[in-house]
Design a protein around this ligand. Structure first.
Ligand SMILES: NC(=O)C1=CN([C@@H]2O[C@H](COP(=O)(O)OP(=O)(O)OC[C@H]3O[C@@H](n4cnc5c(N)ncnc54)[C@H](OP(=O)(O)O)[C@@H]3O)[C@@H](O)[C@H]2O)C=CC1
Ligand SMILES: O=C[C@H](O)[C@@H](O)[C@@H](O)[C@H](O)C(=O)O
Length: 316
C-alpha cells in the first residue's frame, strides 16, 4: 500500500493523515461492531479517526485504541490522530472545557488531536433523537464558544481546534475574534458538492478543509446514492480499473483537502486507502467538474426544516 500523505495544520505541531476513518454509522452500530471495525481499520493502516460526542462512537474508539496498544498494533497513542466534536447541546462558554474532558474520558485519552465545533448553533436541551423542536435551537455565541475552544487548546486537552459546517460568513465571525485561528473546517465535499468558493476562501485564510461524506454518505439517512450510482464516475472507474468510490475519493484528495470516509467493511476500508499511487487525468477532472451540483447533507435534514436551520444551510 502506498504511504498515506500527511498535511500540516496551522497552530498545530502534529501533522494529520489526509484520510481518516469516519465513525458515524447508520443505523448506529453497537459497541462491539464499532470497536471491531475500528480495530480492523487500524490493522488496515488507518491512523486518523473522526468521532463526535453525538455519534456515540467515542467509547468504542477509546476501547479499540486501548486494544490496539495491548496487541502491539501501535506502540503509542501518539501514532494516531483523533478528532472529536463539541455537540450543540454544550455550546456555551462555561461548558466547553468540561465537555471536552467528558469526551476525553469516553476516549480514555489525555488529549485529542483536533476538537471541532460540530455545528454553528446551540441547542438548549440534550437530545436523544433528531429532528429536534424549533424552540430549542438558538444562534451560537461565537465569541464565548471560541474562547472555550481556545482554552481547551491552551490546557493541552487538544492539539488543535476548528469548526464544522461553518460557512464563509460564520468563519469570518470566528476570525474576527480568534486569538488562535481555526485550523480546520470540516464540511461536506465530494464530486456532487464541490465547494469551490469555500475552498478558495479557506485557502486564502490558511484554514484546512476536511471533506466529510466524500462518498455522498450512501445508504445513510443523511446522504444519498448520487455518487455511487454516477455513470460519469463509473465510466472513469471502469477505464482505470478502479472502483467508483476510489475515483470519488481520489478526486476529493486532488482538491488539496483531507477527507474522512466511513466503512465498517474490511474490504471496502482497504479499497478506500488505495488512492495514493495514481492520479486522474485532465480530461477526467474536467468531466467530474461538470457534474450537477447539489448539497446532499443538510443541517435541516438532521435537525428539521426550521427557518434558522434552513438559513444556515443556505449559507453553506
Ligand atoms: N461534521 C459533520 O457534521 C459530519 C461528519 N461526518 C463524518 O464523516 C464521516 C464520513 O462521512 P459519511 O457521512 O459516513 O459518508 P461517506 O461518504 O464516507 O459514506 C459512507 C457510506 O458509504 C459506504 N461505503 C464506504 N466505502 C465504500 C465503497 N468503497 N464502496 C461503496 N460504498 C462504500 C459505507 O458503508 P459500509 O460501512 O458498509 O462500507 C457507508 O454507508 C462520518 O462517518 C463522520 O465521521 C459525516 C457527516 C457529517
Ligand atoms: O441523526 C443523524 C446523525 O447524528 C448524523 O446527522 C450525524 O451522524 C452526521 O453524520 C454528523 O456527523 O453530524
Amino acid at each position: 500500500m502506498a504511504a498515506i500523505p500527511q498535511v500540516s495544520l496551522i497552530s498545530c505541531e502534529k501533522p494529520m493523515p489526509v484520510i481518516g476513518m469516519g465513525t458515524s454509522s447508520y443505523p448506529p452500530a453497537d459497541f462491539e461492531t464499532a470497536k471491531t471495525a475500528i480495530l480492523e481499520a487500524i490493522k488496515a493502516g488507518y491512523r486518523h479517526f473522526d468521532t463526535a460526542f453525538a455519534y456515540g462512537s467515542e467509547k468504542p474508539l477509546g476501547e479499540a485504541i486501548a486494544e490496539a496498544l495491548r496487541l502491539g498494533l501501535i506502540q503509542s497513542r501518539d501514532e494516531l490522530f483523533i478528532t472529536t466534536k463539541l455537540w450543540c447541546s454544550f455550546a456555551q462558554r462555561d461548558q466547553i472545557v468540561p465537555t471536552c474532558k467528558m469526551s476525553l474520558q469516553n476516549l480514555k485519552l489525555d488529549y485529542v488531536d483536533l476538537y471541532l465545533i460540530h455545528m454553528p448553533l446551540r441547542l438548549s436541551q440534550m437530545i436523544q433523537k433528531t429532528p429536534v423542536d424549533e424552540e430549542i435551537i438558538h444562534p451560537l455565541d461565537v465569541k464565548g464558544v471560541w474562547e472555550g475552544m481556545e482554552e481547551c487548546q491552551k490546557l493541552g486537552l487538544t492539539k488543535a481546534i476548528g469548526v464544522s459546517n461553518f460557512s464563509r460568513q460564520k468563519l469570518e465571525e470566528v476570525l474576527s475574534i480568534a486569538k488562535i485561528p481555526p485550523a480546520v473546517n470540516q464540511v461536506e465535499l465530494n464530486p456532487v458538492w464541490q465547494q469551490k468558493q469555500l475552498r478558495e476562501f479557506c485557502k486564502a485564510k490558511g484554514i484546512h478543509i476536511t471533506a466529510y461524506s466524500p462518498l455522498g454518505a450512501n445508504n445513510t439517512k443523511w446522504g444519498d446514492n448520487r455518487i455511487i450510482e454516477s455513470d460519469v464516475l463509473a465510466d472513469i472507474a471502469k477505464a482505470r480499473g478502479k472502483t467508483t468510490a476510489q475515483v470519488a475519493l481520489r478526486w476529493v484528495y486532488e482538491q488539496e483537502v483531507s477527507l474522512v470516509t466511513k466503512s465498517f467493511n474490511k474490504e471496502r476500508m482497504k479499497e478506500n486507502l488505495q488512492i495514493f499511487d495514481w492520479s486522474l487525468s485532465e480530461e477526467e477532472l474536467d468531466k467530474i467538474s461538470k457534474l450537477p451540483q447539489r448539497k446532499g447533507v443538510t443541517l435541516a435534514s438532521i435537525l428539521g426544516p426550521h427557518d434558522f436551520v434552513l438559513q444556515l444551510d443556505a449559507e453553506l
